[in-house]
Design a protein around this ligand. Structure first.
Ligand SMILES: *[C@@H]1O[C@H](CO)[C@@H](O)[C@H](O)[C@H]1NC(C)=O
Ligand SMILES: *[C@@H]1O[C@H](CO)[C@@H](O)[C@H](O)[C@H]1NC(C)=O
Ligand SMILES: *[C@@H]1O[C@H](CO)[C@@H](O)[C@H](O)[C@H]1NC(C)=O
Length: 150
């Protein structure tokens, strides 16, 4: 992903994702190739990465999926882009200086560390309309830990 910047309208405010009253996206983790340990999550389900409609919310989608380090997010989109930003730019829908940016319509993003990953659309207005996502992968080590009697 190139680290280039784009221009975009950026409004302060609209800080809270609308989580309530929505039906969750089809969460579709697809097992990756046998060699890769992680899952690939298709962001937005079949609709892909686009402005959410009345029935969808990326906040809800992220809350209802469990991400582990080593998983990947797959963004599919048209006439749009996906920007990795810090929390401040996420809250402000500020697309001017993303950490990373991709606009080729098909982006796989590895969740290669624990902690928060904040994504927004770089298309003017889309982030403000709710096209933004925070995922919080956790280390997978406990997933496979064997608990034995001591
Ligand atoms: C939301 O879901 C309802 C019930 O499934 C459906 O009738 C409606 O068309 C959906 N709205 C949108 C914008 O997809
Ligand atoms: C993307 O832009 C092209 C060219 O303007 C247009 O034909 C197409 O319908 C757009 N696709 C979407 C999903 O908006
Ligand atoms: C957006 O981010 C840039 C770079 O960090 C900053 O200079 C600018 O003031 C920010 N704009 C808003 C509206 O927050």
């Amino acid at each position: 992903m190139a680290g280039s910047t784009i221009g975009s309208s950026s409004k302060i405010g609209l800080l809270l994702p609308a989580l309530a009253f929505v039906i969750v996206f089809a969460a579709s983790p697809v097992p990756a190739s046998p060699a890769a340990p992680g899952l690939v999550f298709h962001v937005g389900g079949p609709r892909g990465w686009r402005v959410p409609d009345a029935n969808t919310s990326y906040g809800w989608w992220a809350m209802n999926n469990r991400f582990h380090v080593g998983d990947k997010l797959y963004f599919k989109y048209e006439n749009d882009s996906v920007l990795l930003v810090d929390r401040e730019d996420f809250d402000a829908c500020n697309a001017t200086e993303p950490i990373a940016r991709s606009d080729d319509g098909s982006t796989t993003f590895p969740l290669d560390r624990p902690g928060f990953f904040c994504f927004i659309s770089g298309h003017p207005g889309h982030c403000e309309e709710g096209q933004r996502l925070i995922s919080h992968p956790v280390l997978a080590v406990f997933k496979d830990m064997i608990v034995s009697d001591i």
